[in-house]
Design a protein around this ligand. Structure first.
Ligand SMILES: Cc1cc2nc3c(=O)[nH]c(=O)nc-3n(C[C@H](O)[C@H](O)[C@H](O)COP(=O)(O)OP(=O)(O)OC[C@H]3O[C@@H](n4cnc5c(N)ncnc54)[C@H](O)[C@@H]3O)c2cc1C
Length: 488
């Protein structure tokens, strides 16, 4: 309700019907899961109470959005639709087009108001950053104090967390809802951010010192603008404190602000090019991995049985908690895409279902980037043994999630297959890292040899690439085909 321009604007026009539609077809998609529903459910329960206290109870319906809207139109005659602009997957985009067609057919106005820093109808990225910054500086809109409800609209009921419609049962750890989002933000800004950058890549401790706001942002319990402004306010207080700890805290918050901007940057990619859900950003990589898909490799990766301890611990911890840090996400994708040569279109839905914070714009862009199919990013191939030694040196995280290795000493925990007698109940490595990545590099280099590779990469960059780096540097890098690299 806070910083919700559509609700605020609608409420000054007259009576409102705050509507949530549970769409059964949506819940059958491969990239959604009960874990998402659990988070949404918490949000709806709190929203229901909040809206009721302001005079217009939440109305919950089940079915197709157009049919639900048509029922309301028949009942009330003239209505108008107010919503945020949303950047979702192909399915939600198609649904929005149906809603738009329905609005046209019935001369109904649909007011869509931007949310966060994603800008609609941009042709390319020139000037995007300034537009985003301007939006982030606009005042946060306060929740309407009093709402006037439309008469005789039954509230309907919110399906339970256990409803069969939401797929396989799952353990959910992260709670949703506005008050939980505020609590998480407050503890991050006041305490937890003190070790943000020092621990951001450490799988054992990052869950405490990262903000953990991603799911709240994805489902809208907090807006990016509110978070950004609250962070800047906290930074201003810290600036007047001479204590070195305050200076270090401030630096951490500054790094956090950059990531909030990255979020908008990545979602902007999907907004500008919805086809990235299905096709590689750079067409030269189409067909590169698809024919080699290995179901056994996929299952071993998806369940955490690859024989690489950190990979398996990261995947199993994700099954248990629904969240893991950026580096572990990137490493899991790198391992699937380079070591196991699995196509990102097969692996992305699996992680989407496991992430409580699934956000298609970030997810798809990151998957393509970490799989080397954008044509505009440096190849980032993670060595799972080095990552393990660097970020879990004593193997504490590994032992927590891979009990088969609980008795293995620190010396062998990163490469248990090198023990004279490896633990019998732990998988042997599916592939040899060095051999697998050599093959991956060779195959990628072959795809880059097509004659128009650089021209196409320039077009991708022009449309979707960040403008963060100096133009001279970009121009220099692009000359060398093997290193073709812009960032993001
Ligand atoms: C393969 C892959 C898939 C990912 N899928 C998702 C996803 O579905 N949803 C999602 O929210 N994030 C995704 N991320 C980005 C990132 O890992 C998470 O945003 C972050 O780990 C969430 O934890 P946090 O809120 O504590 O992050 P913090 O480090 O506290 O960052 C604050 C916020 O900034 C944004 N952010 C942080 N890192 C990134 C990044 N690298 N790119 C874009 N935005 C970022 C997020 O909104 C995050 O909540 C993905 C990363 C990878 C490598």
């Amino acid at each position: 309700m806070q910083d919700h321009a559509p609700l605020s604007c609608a409420s000054v026009q007259g009576a409102v019907i705050p509507l949530y539609v549970v769409e059964p077809d949506y819940w059958r998609l491969p990239d959604v899961s009960r874990r998402h529903w659990h988070f949404i459910h918490d949000c709806l329960i709190e929203l229901q109470a909040e809206l009721a206290s302001r005079g217009a109870p939440l109305v919950c319906r089940m079915g197709r959005v157009v049919e639900v809207l048509e029922d309301l139109r028949r009942k009330f005659g003239h209505i108008a639709l107010w919503s945020h602009e949303e950047t979702g997957n192909d399915w939600t985009f198609a649904r929005d087009r149906q809603v738009s067609a329905w609005c046209k057919a019935h001369a109904i106005e649909w007011y869509q108001i931007p949310s966060n820093g994603v800008v609609r109808r941009l042709k390319n990225r020139d000037g995007w950053s300034a537009l985003r910054d301007k939006r982030m500086a606009e005042p946060v809109i306060l929740a309407p104090y009093q709402l006037s409800a439309a008469m005789d609209v039954p509230a309907g009921s919110i399906p339970s967390k256990d409803d069969w419609m939401f797929g396989e049962s799952v353990q959910s750890v992260q709670s949703g809802g506005r008050s939980e989002g505020m609590r998480v933000l407050d503890s991050f800004l006041k305490q937890r951010a003190n070790k943000y950058m020092a621990t951001i890549s450490k799988p054992g401790v990052s869950a405490r010192h990262c903000s953990r706001l991603s799911a709240h942002i994805a489902y809208g319990t907090l807006s990016v603008r509110e978070i950004e402004q609250a962070t800047k306010a906290r930074m201003a207080i810290l600036a007047s404190d001479a204590d070195p700890a305050a200076k270090s805290f401030r630096k951490n918050l500054s790094a956090f602000l950059s990531r909030l901007a990255w979020r908008c940057h990545f979602v902007q990619k999907l907004e500008q090019q919805p086809s990235i859900e299905f096709r590689c950003m750079h067409s030269a990589f189409e067909g590169m991995r698809e024919p080699h898909f290995n179901q056994d490799f996929f299952e071993a990766w998806a369940t955490g049985h690859t024989g690489y301890p950190l990979i398996d611990a990261a995947m199993r911890s994700l099954h248990a908690n629904g969240w893991i840090n950026f580096r572990m996400r990137a490493m899991l994708v790198s391992f699937a895409s380079y070591n196991l040569w699995l196509d990102w279109r097969q692996t992305a839905p699996h992680l989407a279902r496991l992430f409580t914070d699934y956000e298609p714009g970030i997810h798809l862009s990151q998957f393509q980037m970490q799989s080397g199919v954008t044509g505009i990013n440096t190849l980032r191939i993670y060595n799972p043994i080095k990552q393990s030694m660097d970020h879990d040196p004593e193997g504490k995280f590994i032992r927590r999630y891979v009990p088969e290795l609980s008795t293995v000493s620190d010396q062998w925990i990163h490469e248990p297959w090198r023990l004279p007698e490896p633990p019998p109940n732990y998988a042997k490595p599916l592939v040899d890292h060095e051999t697998a990545i050599k093959m991956a590099r060779d195959r990628i280099a072959a795809c880059r040899k097509v004659p128009d590779f650089i021209d196409s990469a320039r077009q991708v960059r022009q449309k979707l690439g960040s403008r963060a780096k100096q133009p001279e540097r970009r121009a220099k890098v692009i000359k060398d085909k093997s290193q073709l690299s812009f960032d993001m």
